[in-house]
Write a protein that binds this ligand. Sequence first.
Ligand code: TXA
Ligand code: MG
Length: 322
Amino acid sequence: MEIVNGFENASIERAVELLKSGDVIAFPTETVYGLGADALNPYAVAKIFEAKNRPHFDPLIVHISRKEWTYDYTEEVPRDAVRLMNMFWPGPLTLILRKKPSIPDIVTAGLPTVAVRMPSHPVALALIDVFRKPVAAPSANPFGYMSPTKVAHVARMLKEKVPLVLDGGNSVFGIESTIVSFQDNGVYIHRHGAISEEELSQCVTITRDIQTDSLYRSPGELPYHYAPTKPLRIIHSADEIKAANSSFLAFREPAEKPVSRYIKVLSKTGDLKEAAANFFSDLIELDRDDVEIIYAERVPDTGIGKAIMERLKKASKKGQIK
Ligand code: TXA
Ligand code: MG
């Protein structure tokens, strides 16, 4: 894998050439790094699944660089979707809309809907704009693993699987986009993410949290996900840590030094945005060969904290579900 500076035109040109020839490339977004391919080329999209080692197909997010493209690839854009687009795009919000036939089935795993998002990272926008076509991309991690927020993570995780990665620095949000859908005049949250429910509510009325309703779950919303290799246990405070041969992901600076071998503090001051930005990269660092278990301290279930807790809960379920 070659790592090139994504802010240089020559790098964008090279990435676009690869996309045109049906290859996959890794690129930065403001949430996490993505593994991209030409969204309109089913063979190219199949390579994404191959590189990620996904055992089955899972619907992907289609990334665009101009709001108008939404109308080229989807049938119907509800009023609330337009409001959200105007308020949060470019940015970490994904809208699920009814797809046009030009979007291949492999992108949506056969669903009649497609997930669309316009990222705000300048390198992602330049890439898509020069390519002049939408780019389908999941997070650039092997199946079930945590999402990469640094170019070094991508290099480590996908080494021989991807020819090129555009370096765009560390992802500022550090957590994936928020996903919403529109059904029966309601607005539903599918995945809590970088834009909080409170922020969305300033613009539209949220009907319900779909996570609680298995009926609406998409095939990709597995109960386990985002998981480290080592088992993870969620705890209320460092007092619950007994094993020294463990890692500890603390929310804020602990009052006393915990017994764990490796410790990461998400935010010294307890700032949730800072915690989200550090979340995946800290967890990746704590997922060491020489520990038995990772303890993770609960974070407040408000704002972006909801997205962190959602990911922690999924990570803690790995191994319990077959
Ligand atoms: O921030 C992000 O969203 C990152 C960056 C790279 O843009 N991407 C990302 O992609 O997180 P991925 O594949 O890891 O997660 C996409 C999620 C999956 O849970 C999938 O099930 C859901 O989006 N999804 C995609 N299309 C859908 C659809 N038509 N209906 C319901 N859920 C859908
Ligand atoms: Mg992912």
